[in-house]
Design a protein around this ligand. Structure first.
Ligand code: ADP
Ligand code: MG
Length: 256
């Protein structure tokens, strides 16, 4: 594993109106590292991922992805995204899977996966379809290419969500509570896909999860997050078997 940070937050601040979410926040992830973020709801976990995807702006500090700045500060001192061209280039590094799938209901499974690579990356239909077929094979849904999202179970929808994110060939995968909306019996089929990706260590992964056993199994590092701060972080064995901070202990006691 290289020690080069592929994601770096430096002194980042983020507010929603008068509410401060991050204040002087520092965080980094190394290339090919798998990092889990755990913590109570409302602590800023989704905001962290959304900032990385440039779905949210920041109010101060710097964020680097792959050594390049995500945001530029214009003359008036407020932070805005860089040019569209730069944004597209930065977004190319990142793939995100959401809690609520966000699939296009009027498109077949295959179209859901081919749409962005054709539109954004300029792949031909045949290239994009070949990739989609390979990815559907990878997530165990080769037979669902022509189905519509509404005909799939939640677990199948989320596996399509993963295939769709991978279709853009990101080097960083962001996973935001991807099993939270699923019935318990459907959780494992989705986590298995991620387990396999994690085993191959081909991606940097930043995942927010409430599945503590899963976080323990796949992560190189676990961060316990509360109120916009990393309260405690370390190797999964350390965090889960001998947490040091009272807040971490209280949180884990409620889950394990
Ligand atoms: P988590 O994912 O850890 O549950 P979030 O990042 O979703 O937490 O939210 C952190 C805080 O920011 C919460 O108090 C939430 O209500 C607030 N928040 C998130 N998004 C917005 C928004 N677009 N506008 C205003 N407040 C928001
Ligand atoms: Mg969230």
């Amino acid at each position: 594993m290289s020690s080069h940070p592929i994601i770096e937050f430096k002194n980042v601040s983020k507010r929603f109106g008068d509410t401060s979410i991050f204040n002087d926040f520092n965080f980094s992830v190394k290339e090919n590292e798998i990092v889990s973020i755990i913590g109570p709801s409302g602590s800023g976990k989704s905001t962290l991922l959304r900032i990385l995807m440039t779905l949210e702006g920041i109010d101060g500090g710097y964020i680097n992805v792959n050594g390049e700045s995500l945001w530029h500060m214009p003359w008036n001192g407020s932070y805005v995204p860089a040019s569209n061209k730069h944004l597209h280039k930065m977004r190319d590094h990142l793939g995100m899977v959401f809690q609520h799938f966000n699939l296009f209901p009027h498109m077949t499974v295959k179209r859901n996966i081919t749409e962005a690579p054709m539109r954004v990356k300029g792949l031909s239909r045949s290239e994009a379809e070949k990739n989609a077929e390979d990815l559907l094979e990878l997530v165990g849904l080769a037979d669902k290419a022509d189905s519509y999202p509404n005909d799939l179970s939640g677990g199948q929808k989320q596996r399509v969500g993963i295939a769709r994110a991978l279709a853009m060939r990101p080097s960083i995968l962001l996973l935001d509570e991807i099993t939270s909306a699923l019935d318990p019996e459907l959780v494992d089929e989705v986590l298995d896909v991620i387990r396999n990706l994690a085993k191959e260590q081909r991606f940097t992964m930043l995942l927010v999860t409430h599945e503590m056993y899963f976080a323990r199994e796949v992560s190189d590092r676990v961060c316990f997050f509360d109120q916009g701060r990393i309260v405690e972080e370390g190797a999964p064995e350390d965090i889960f078997t001998s947490p040091k901070e009272e807040r971490t202990k209280a949180f884990l006691n409620a889950y394990l």
